[in-house]
Design a protein around this ligand. Structure first.
Ligand SMILES: Nc1ncnc2c1ncn2[C@@H]1O[C@H](COP(=O)(O)OP(=O)(O)OP(=O)(O)O)[C@@H](O)[C@H]1O
Ligand SMILES: [Mg+2]
Length: 361
């Protein structure tokens, strides 16, 4: 039984659908990342799950019971969750008192409070800051206080909204390490919103891609990354080469895709005549100075239109009769002497092509 389940959650504001039929299941102990661009509805969804707002329609089950059945159910569920807001606010009091605040409200005895807060302060690395006024802390430190405040009550579910937005890389790494410690130490169920896919990959067991208020795909990161289910998800996860075509032949799942003046070989179940997109990740495209013939490979003569250096990698933009982008090491770029207007061969394996069905328009 999932610990949290939403069924067809809809949120409508001023006649606009902000969330559309969101159905999700998150198991106990699972780390689930909601990824999506800004404005997709991540915060709105987390607020609904934390029972801060009421959905326009749909249901939420916590540990198997419908939370809207009674006020008591709702309160019980709320007590077992803690929410770290996208822009956390700290109270104008010491770091220690900020973290102890919720426990005091719950009338936990002083000795236990001291023990729990002491342990958490150590965990978040703020022991030496305990007497500092929390309003004097840096952004990263405030975020750690906010997380400490959330976990000190030992929630079953921790909701994190963009835990590292606006933080520098060092603070981001510290927060991610802290989240990893929480994941390892407790069996806390975590639902986190992030627009940073690589963060989702580093921390989460499973991801849900939220685009424009809809969950478009859920699954392991690798599945979504290599086999996006739609053009929109492919775009979001950074598949830069998305080429329109039609399945021209299918010989025991080895297909050819007619893309106009060219043909791409791929592996797919789709039947002849099906309209598809051929998706190729730029890192799966290699370049060579001579044509390599192999039936398992796609090889196109290409003219380089632009080379953009990005640290140890180069982004090579080409015209193969269709636009194609490759991401290759700087070293290969130098060895092959790649530059604009040079003619090369762009090569990618049939197994490196992910085929998505095109919606008929
Ligand atoms: N109270 C509200 N009233 C009206 N519209 C709202 C309200 N809250 C959010 N929205 C709108 O709903 C949409 C989703 O907002 P939300 O904050 O959930 O997105 P998000 O995915 O969290 O974005 P970000 O990554 O920027 O935090 C946005 O278009 C936003 O303007
Ligand atoms: Mg948000």
């Amino acid at each position: 039984m999932p610990l949290i389940e939403t069924v067809n959650l809809c949120q409508n504001s001023d006649g606009r659908d902000i969330l559309k039929n969101v159905s999700l299941k998150v198991d106990r102990g699972e780390v689930f990342a909601l990824i999506g661009p800004t404005g997709a509805g991540k915060t709105t969804l987390l607020r609904l799950i934390d029972l801060l707002d009421l959905p326009t329609s749909g249901k939420i089950y916590f540990d198997g019971s419908d939370v809207f059945e009674s006020g008591k159910r709702k309160l019980e569920a709320r007590r077992r969750m803690a929410f770290v807001l996208q822009k956390p606010v700290v109270f104008n009091m010491s770091v220690y008192d900020n973290i102890a605040y919720g426990l005091k409200l719950r009338r936990v005895d002083k000795g236990s409070i001291r023990q729990k807060v002491g342990r958490i302060l150590e965990m978040v690395g703020l022991s030496t800051y305990q007497n500092r006024n929390a309003r004097t802390l840096s952004g990263g430190e405030v975020q750690r206080v906010a997380i400490a405040r959330a976990i000190v009550s030992e929630p079953d579910v921790l909701l994190l909204d963009e835990p590292t937005a606006n933080l520098d890389p060092v603070s981001t790494a510290k927060i991610e390490q802290l989240i990893t410690d929480i994941i390892r130490r407790d069996d806390t169920t975590i639902i986190m919103a992030t627009h940073d896919m690589s963060q989702g990959q580093r921390l989460a067991d499973r991801v849900g891609v939220l685009l424009d208020g809809e969950i478009r795909q859920t699954g392991g990161f690798q599945d979504i990354f290599t086999a996006p289910g739609s053009r929109e998800v492919a775009d979001f996860v950074g598949v830069e080469n998305i080429i329109d075509g039609v399945i021209a032949s299918n010989d025991d799942k080895v297909v050819t895709i007619d893309i106009g003046d060219n043909v791409i070989a791929a592996i797919s179940d789709y039947a002849v005549g099906e309209k598809v997109y051929a998706c190729i990740r730029p890192e799966d495209v290699t370049l060579a100075l001579s044509r390599i013939s192999s039936s398992a490979r796609n090889s196109f003569s290409a003219k380089i239109t632009r080379v953009v250096s990005r640290g140890q990698l180069s982004r090579i933009e080409m015209d193969c009769g269709f636009p194609l982008v490759a991401l290759i090491t700087k070293r290969s770029t130098e060895e092959l002497n790649l530059a604009a207007t040079r003619e090369v061969y762009a090569i990618f394996k049939a197994t490196g092509v992910h085929v998505i069905k095109r919606k008929s328009d």
